[in-house]
Design a protein around this ligand. Structure first.
Ligand code: SAH
Length: 220
């Protein structure tokens, strides 16, 4: 069952939005989504006091729900329009997915951890967010539904996966943290032609690693 969304939660969300705005996010549509979405519902009920701090937090299976500022930053950089077709790598808690869905995109999201895939799919359905969920290795993307207008990677890898570049539409954009285990640079790729890309860098962040293959809970 969904956790209640009380006045207290709503008040904490207003403060969270103020914090993110102060850190430089000025995209009103993104801020509105953060104001609306009950982030505490994406975390276990024991951790409600942490839900509206601007921090990442463990969600089980060794994974984290991204920091709200990071979610806002990636979403703004991705520059989505209503109805555009978006591929998210790393469904995780589903919070980033909810922000994208709130902005009116058609979302395809892929997770390599079977338990998270099952749990988050159920949660977002219960919250009436409609996305297409996939259990698999995000390095491969989802060729059957390509090409995508936007690709958002929410785990870090040392290189931009070729398969994902191939699945990006010409004129499309991809956002991904690229780097090693300590910190990563936020990269924006714009596909300007059949095999032509423009790359820009947008500061340092810390993400969990993008791992190869899938995990059904018995292996890592
Ligand atoms: N978008 C998520 C962020 C979760 S952290 C949120 O808003 O909560 C990153 C997620 O990426 C983790 O759940 C992790 O299991 C997943 N992940 C890592 N490597 C992956 C891969 N190769 N394919 C799909 N998901 C991957």
């Amino acid at each position: 069952m969904l956790q209640e969304d009380t006045f207290r939660h709503k008040g904490l969300r207003r403060k969270l939005v103020d914090t993110i705005r102060r850190k430089g996010i000025d995209d009103e549509a993104v801020l509105k989504a953060i104001l609306k979405i009950p982030r505490h519902c994406f975390m276990d009920s024991g951790f409600i006091d942490f839900a509206y701090k601007d921090q990442a937090f463990p969600i089980g299976e060794g994974q984290t729900i991204s920091q709200p500022y990071t979610v806002a930053f990636q979403t703004r950089l991705l520059d989505v329009k209503p109805h555009c077709k978006v591929l998210e790598i790393g469904t995780g808690s589903g919070y980033q997915a909810a922000v994208l869905l709130d902005l009116g995109v058609r979302l395809f999201t892929i997770e390599r951890h079977r338990k998270l895939y099952i749990k988050t799919q159920a949660l977002l359905n219960e919250m009436n967010y409609k996305a297409r969920f996939f259990y698999g290795d995000g390095y491969k993307g989802i060729p059957a539904y390509a090409p995508f207008d936007r690709i958002l990677v929410t785990a870090a890898a040392p290189e931009i996966p070729d398969d994902l570049l191939k699945q990006l539409k010409t004129g499309g954009k991809m956002v991904m943290p690229r780097g090693g285990s300590v910190s990563q640079e936020m990269i924006l790729i714009e596909k300007t032609g059949d095999d032509e890309y423009k790359e820009s860098k947008h500061g340092l962040f810390v993400f969990v690693p993008m791992l190869k293959g899938t995990s059904n809970g018995n292996n890592k």
